[in-house]
Design a protein around this ligand. Sequence first.
Ligand code: PLP
Length: 417
Amino acid sequence: MNQPSLREADPDVASLIAAEERREFEKVRLIPSENYVSRAVLEATGSVLTNKYSEGYAGKRYYEGQQNIDPLESLAVERARALFGADHANVQPYSGSPANLAVYFALLKPGDTVMGMALPHGGHLTHGWNVSITGAWFRSVQYGVNLETGRLDYDQMRDLARRERPRLIIAGATAYPRVIDFAAFRAVADEVGATFLADMAHIAGLVAGGAHPSPVPHAHVVTTTTHKTLRGPRGAMILCREDLAKAVDKAVFPGLQGGPHNHTTAGIAVALREAATPAFREYAHQVVRNARALAEALAGYGFKLVSGGTDNHLILMDVTPRGLTGKQFAKALDRAGLECNYNTVPGDPRKPFDPSGVRLGTPAVTSRGMKEPDMARIAAFFHEVAEAVEDPDALDRIAARVRDFTSAFPCPGILVG
Ligand SMILES: *Cc1c(COP(=O)(O)O)cnc(C)c1O
C-alpha cells in the first residue's frame, strides 16, 4: 500500500508544523500554561488510538474491540490515583473547561449559587465568570485578592460564602503567583455546607513534584488539565473521593461527552509515569526556583510584580510604571523572541484587550534545562525590550541574540536545532 508521509501527502500542513517546531525551539517560551511534552508523549498522542471509539468506561463499553483500550485507560486511572493519592480518577474530559463543566453537572442544578475567583483577579472563566456558561446558567458570586497585597483575601471569601451560601466553592487560578491555602477553603465550605472544588490546572505538575501543597486531602473534587505544568497532552482529569465517583463519571459520560480521546488517554498515562519520577520532582522544584530568580531579576529592573514576587511557576507584573502597556510590551517581547501574554492585573483600570500587565512563567524554559543564571539573562532581555518597544530594528537585533541564547538548550520532543 502506498502510504505517503505527511510531507508528501500534505506539504502545506507539514511545513506549518515544521515552522512551529522551529519557532518553539528558537523562542524563549514564557506563557505559564504552556510546556514542551516529551517525545514519548508525542508518540502516544500521534498513535492509532485515535481510530478507536470507546464510549463508556473500562469493562462497560458500548463498542466492541476494547482489548487494548480498557487496560490503557485503567493504567492511566491507576497512575493518576497513585500520583495524587486520590480515591477515584476520571481521565476522559476533553480539556480543563469541560472537566469543570462536568463537575457542575454532577453536583448542581442550573441557577444554583457557585463561588469562584473573579477572572480579573486571576480566576478562570469556568469559575463562574459572566461570559462563561458557568456564569450564565448558574448564579455566580466572586471573591478576589486584596488590592494592596495582591494575595487572596480569605476573609472576604469567607464573608461572601456566609452571606451567599454557595453550593459549590471553587479554588484555583490562572494568574495567581502565590500558594493557595486549600485547607482554608475547605473550612469555609464545611461551615456553609458547600462542596469544595479545587481546580489545580496550572499547578498540577508542581503538586505532583511536591513543589506546591496538594489540594487532594482537602477538596471533595479536584480538576486539572494535563498539559500545563504536568507536561502531558492537552486533556484533563477529575479526581474525587469514592462517594462522588459515580456522579462524576456519569456527568462526563454520558452527561457531557461521547467517546473518550484514547490517543490522549495514552499520552496522559505516559506523562503520569514521567511525573512520578525523581527527575520530575527535581523539575517541579527547579520551575519554582527559576520563577523566583526571574521575579527577583525583573524587580531589579524596576518591573512591578503583583504580590511582590512568586511562590510558584508564575509571575504577574504591572508594566505601566515603566511607561508601557501590557499589549505593547507583550508584542515587542514576541518580536524579540520572548513569548508571554498580556494580562489584566488585579484592580486594573485598563481594558482586558490592552491591560496593564503581562503574565509569564517558567514551566517551558525549565523543561529545556534552564537554571537560575539563565533567568537573569532573560530578565536582562526584558529590560532591553522595554527600552526598545518603539524600535523594530532594535527588537530584531535582540531577537537574533535570543536565538543564539536558546540554541544551547534542547527542547523535549523537538529534533530541530
Ligand atoms: C487552563 C485552565 C482551565 C481550562 O483548561 P482548557 O484546557 O483551556 O479548557 C481551567 N481552569 C484553570 C484554573 C486553568 O488554568
